[in-house]
Design a binder for this molecule. Structure first.
Ligand SMILES: Cc1cc2nc3c(=O)[nH]c(=O)nc-3n(C[C@H](O)[C@H](O)[C@H](O)COP(=O)(O)O)c2cc1C
Length: 196
């Protein structure tokens, strides 16, 4: 069975630092023989969650936009790679909109299917890639907490996080071939770790 891996690009920049790193990971995944689908959030029409709980009966979001297809892709994949820059100590707005729309999946898992809370049995693996401009020790703390609960509703465990500090302007990451290499190798390992 082919391993299906989603690569979600969360930066507003087309050639930004996280995009370059995720592209490296995607190349690694493909070289390991897995199938990758790319989702570039900035190209999608996706409303923020409107908190109307139209999802309460079925667990499906009732807002008709590009999230419908993304949600199908999330449910069909075996592994998800998410890349987002740090904006104000959390993920980018594009990424956060996706996360909030997945509240419909939270509703399905916990309100409709009544999955016991805290019972972790992840069937997917997740890789998170992030960068920030500063070098603070706590730069990724808030984001990792957000991510943990986002991955939980996808039934995904955080398999690995690649986190890089002191990258700000477009192209900064290119000055660090060791980061590019690490992202590529990690993509390869991720593809091997993911179970179909
Ligand atoms: C709106 C905005 C908020 C930001 N907030 C932070 C921050 O809280 N901490 C930080 O270290 N860098 C912050 N940055 C810098 C970005 O994380 C940095 O430029 C990063 O390299 C962008 O990644 P990208 O090229 O993949 O988009 C911010 C940048 C923007 C545009």
């Amino acid at each position: 069975m082919v391993k299906k891996i989603l690569a979600i690009y969360g930066s507003p920049r087309r050639k930004g630092n996280t995009t370059v790193l995720l592209n490296q990971a995607v190349q690694g995944v493909m070289d390991a023989g897995a199938h990758v689908e790319k989702i570039v959030l900035r190209d999608l029409k996706m409303s923020p969650c409107l908190e109307i709980y139209g999802c309460k009966e079925t667990g499906k979001c009732v807002i008709q936009d590009d999230f419908q297809e993304v949600s199908n892709q999330l449910l069909a994949c075996h592994g998800v790679m998410l890349a987002s820059p740090i904006f104000f100590y959390t993920v980018s707005a594009h990424t956060k909109i996706l996360m909030d729309r997945c509240q419909s999946l939270w509703v399905k898992k916990y309100l409709i299917d009544k999955t016991p809370y805290g019972q972790m049995n992840p069937r997917r693996k997740g890789l998170f890639i992030s960068v920030g401009a500063t070098k603070g020790k706590r730069l990724f703390e808030g984001t990792l907490l957000t991510l943990k609960y986002f991955f939980d509703i996808l039934d995904a465990e955080l398999w690995k996080a690649l986190l890089y500090r002191e990258l700000d302007f477009e192209g900064d990451v290119l000055k660090h071939p060791e980061y590019l290499q690490e992202a590529y190798e990690t993509g390869k390992e991720f593809a091997l770790a993911v179970q179909p």
